[in-house]
Design a protein around this ligand. Structure first.
Ligand code: ADP
Length: 448
């Protein structure tokens, strides 16, 4: 039985996991760097342990520091959140060796899905459609020409070990190809310690649609429907919604089945997300599987009523999934707005500083997941996500109206945020119609 969980993370996701622990009657143990002494997760956890200086490699990314904190505090389990060590197979393995439960998939699963070209091969072997491209990683830059010729330009060169929108280069024509591949290999080696890259057809104006899955240790697997994450800035998500305006029941069924087919083949345990690109003809292609909880999980929680983090804890504890596929019902519409400490008028430059005034919105159908409070100082050392506003309403139109109302109520003083930007998205006629795709912001909003 898991009685205590150490949360190897910070910010809003640490707060989210602590809340799930509290509701499950599990003791929460926060860890923090010296930059986060005053952070919300430190204050609301049952216990908190300082694990080092602000530099992530010496604190939130330090496996020895995290494991010692778990040993000293007697934690039964470690929840890694997302980012930091969430997809680090070594942490999952070290946990097992120390008799600590890792709240997530096995080290082996994390390892195979952490390499995007291997993951793509797994999807192909499972009969799940993938974006046309190279068979696995390229051996040499010279090999790219023939493949690009076959699939046609534009193509995208992707780092096998890339993630979070990093390690991707779009190549428009044959003359730039060899140099781009060589540069991408060098860059990947430097950034991820693995120089493998692969080639993919660059789809024009696709949607990003992903399926949330859950699998327990007894072989039961379900999906919780989709999230449409097409509103992106430089391949990073900014706004997510469920259901996707592009899916009908039959496509939802097909995509859900494809996601489960891959999960099945990988013997997947835990919460995960199978990501697809969907084109205008309704064809969809697997791009990657995220073996962790995602930032945008709340939209799924709002429409299905399933607490994804609570399920992660139950699965880690060896419990049987209490929900069957037939029990999963999608009700109404949810939209998540990522509130980042960024200045949308200055090319989304990250901001740091003190929150002079914090007043989140409330009322019906409004949820805010955030670690902010008035007087809190946002440290410059970490990513810019300050929190998420999630709204729910019976249908998309009402959810958009509620989102607008809540964004206007939302006060984050003293620092620039993405709140005004989301209001622009909500006022865009194409967004209102649900006519969105991954380059929507660049084409419809920034070009104005
Ligand atoms: P990451 O692991 O960095 O998140 P993904 O492979 O999930 O990278 O892709 C992130 C985003 O990049 C997608 O949501 C989409 O906007 C864009 N993208 C990725 N692959 C393609 C492709 N083949 N064609 C067009 N856009 C793509």
């Amino acid at each position: 039985m898991i009685k205590s969980v150490l949360i190897a993370n910070r910010g809003e996701i640490a707060v989210r996991v602590i809340r799930a622990c509290a509701e499950a009657g599990i003791e929460s143990i926060a860890v923090y760097s010296t930059a986060d002494e005053d952070s919300m997760h430190v204050q609301i956890a049952d216990r908190a342990i300082c694990i080092g200086p602000p530099t992530p490699s010496e604190s939130y990314l330090s496996i020895p520091s995290i494991i010692s904190a778990a040993e000293v505090s007697g934690a039964d389990a470690i929840h890694p959140g997302y980012g930091f060590l969430a997809e680090n197979a070594t942490l999952a393995e070290v946990c097992v060796n120390h008799g600590i439960v890792f709240v997530g998939p096995t080290a082996e699963t994390i390892e195979s899905f952490g390499n995007k070209s291997i993951a793509k091969n797994m999807a192909q072997n499972a009969g799940v459609p993938t974006v046309p491209g190279s068979e696995g990683a390229l051996d040499a830059p010279e090999d790219a020409a023939e493949i690009a010729d076959r699939i046609g330009f534009p193509v995208v060169v992707k780092a096998s070990a890339g993630g979070g929108g990093r390690g991707m280069r779009v190549v428009q024509s044959a003359k730039d190809l060899k140099d781009s591949v060589a540069a991408a290999m060098a860059e990947a080696k430097h950034a991820f310690g693995n120089g493998d890259v692969y080639l993919e057809k660059y789809l024009e104006e696709p949607r990003h649609v992903e399926i949330q899955i859950l699998g327990d240790t007894h072989g039961n697997r379900i999906h919780l429907g989709e999230r449409d994450c097409s509103i992106q800035r430089r391949h990073q998500k900014l706004l997510e919604e469920s259901p996707s305006p592009a899916l009908d029941d039959s496509l939802r069924l097909k995509m859900g089945e494809a996601a489960l087919k891959l999960a099945e083949a990988a013997n997947y345990v835990g919460a995960g997300t199978v990501e697809f690109l969907l084109d205008r003809t309704g064809e969809f292609y697997f791009i990657e599987l995220n073996a962790r909880v995602q930032v945008e999980h709340p939209v799924t929680e709002m429409v299905t009523g399933v607490d994804v983090v609570r399920q992660q804890l139950r699965i880690a504890d060896g419990e049987v999934l209490g929900i069957s596929q037939d029990d999963v019902r999608m009700n109404g519409h949810a939209i998540e707005f990522r509130i980042n400490a960024e200045d949308p008028d200055m090319d989304f430059m990250p901001e740091a500083g003190t929150i002079a005034m914090y007043s989140p919105p409330g009322g019906p159908g409004v949820r805010v997941d955030s670690h902010l409070y008035t007087g809190y100082t946002v440290p410059p050392n970490y990513d810019s996500l300050l929190g998420k506003l999630i709204v729910w309403a019976p249908n998309r139109e009402e959810a958009m109206n509620r989102g607008e109302r809540a964004l206007k109520e939302f006060v984050v003083g003293g620092i620039k945020t993405t709140i005004p930007f989301h209001l622009k998205v909500l006022n865009n006629a194409f967004f209102r119609k649900g006519d969105v795709y991954t380059n929507f912001i660049a084409r419809r909003l920034l070009s104005e």
